[in-house]
Design a protein around this ligand. Structure first.
Ligand SMILES: C[S@@+](CC[C@H](N)C(=O)[O-])C[C@H]1O[C@@H](n2cnc3c(N)ncnc32)[C@H](O)[C@@H]1O
Length: 267
């Protein structure tokens, strides 16, 4: 990757860390670490770590005697992760081909990445492979978009104003929202001792504008959808009306979230 392309990725990852992480992702880290039984002295891997918010929580929990590692596909995400926590081991790679030997971790965690893996069954098999016998995994994915009306309405807004490709790009993160699908993936990967629990959370963005702008400028281009500036401005203006119900007294956009956490043990 050339320097300009890497810098673009680093800028996008910094924007992700500043806006999306506090608004959406940080709140799940304790629950996932607890679901995987992460504790002092353990060796733990965070798959699809992004800028590393879950890896940092894991590193705090395993302490100096433990070992925390974060893996992601994108060098830009990892560069931001490394700047925030130089002591964690960051590695570039794919969830479907983990660059670690068999039986090297007490726990494997992953949040909000699995819906983007081209082959989630293969990725889950890989997580089993690197787990020690008796080791635990915990993987979070967003619940169905119908459980999050603010996003369902944003998809409808995009469908109406920007077309099907833009709407589909915003639907993509919710692709594993049916818990039956998670059971199917786990069974296909050979896991029998698993559980899927649905947890409630809250989105908290500085404003309606920042919520929608993050998706239009920060997410759609990642999915290959670039909108004209004039259309972005029209959508932002319209969202002030369609999403008025989600404005709290401080002007922040606050609304309910739901996520499934898939857990299991390597027997
Ligand atoms: C929504 S972000 C979540 C990042 C992080 N877990 C968090 O909670 O902030 C999804 C991440 O999955 C990564 N990803 C997507 N497909 C991947 C794959 N096949 N292998 C590894 N990472 C992948 C992306 O690069 C991105 O960093």
């Amino acid at each position: 990757m050339n320097d300009a392309r890497l810098q673009q990725q680093i800028d996008a990852a910094s924007a992700y860390e500043d806006l999306f992480v506090p608004a959406l992702f940080e709140q799940w880290t304790s629950r996932i670490a607890e679901s995987a039984g992460v504790g002092p002295g353990q060796r733990v891997l965070d798959v699809a770590c992004g800028t590393g918010v879950l890896s940092r929580e894991v590193a705090r929990r395993v302490g100096d005697e433990g070992y925390a590692a974060g893996l992601d596909l994108l060098p830009g995400m990892l560069e931001v992760a490394r700047r925030l926590a130089p002591d964690i081991e960051w590695r570039q790679g794919s969830a479907e081909a983990l660059p670690y030997p068999d039986e090297s971790f007490d726990a494997v965690v992953s949040q909000f990445g699995m819906m983007f893996f081209p082959d989630p069954v293969k990725a889950l098999r890989e997580m089993f492979r690197v787990l020690l016998p008796g080791g635990r995994f915990a993987i979070a994915v967003w619940a169905a978009i119908t459980a999050m009306p603010a996003y369902a309405e944003e998809v409808a807004l995009l469908e109406r104003m920007a077309g099907g490709a833009a709407a589909d790009a915003l639907r993509a993160p919710f692709a594993l929202g049916e818990s039956a699908r998670l059971h199917e993936i786990a069974r296909a990967a050979g896991a029998d001792d698993i559980a899927v629990e649905t947890h409630a959370g809250m989105a908290n963005f500085p404003s309606i504008r920042s919520l929608v702008e993050a998706d239009l400028r920060g997410w759609l281009p990642v999915m290959g959808v670039a909108l004209e500036e004039s259309l972005i401005q029209q959508i932002l203006a319209e969202a002030e009306t369609t999403h008025a119900a989600y404005i709290d007294p401080r002007g922040r956009a606050v609304f309910a979230l739901a996520a499934h956490i898939l857990t299991g043990t390597r027997t």
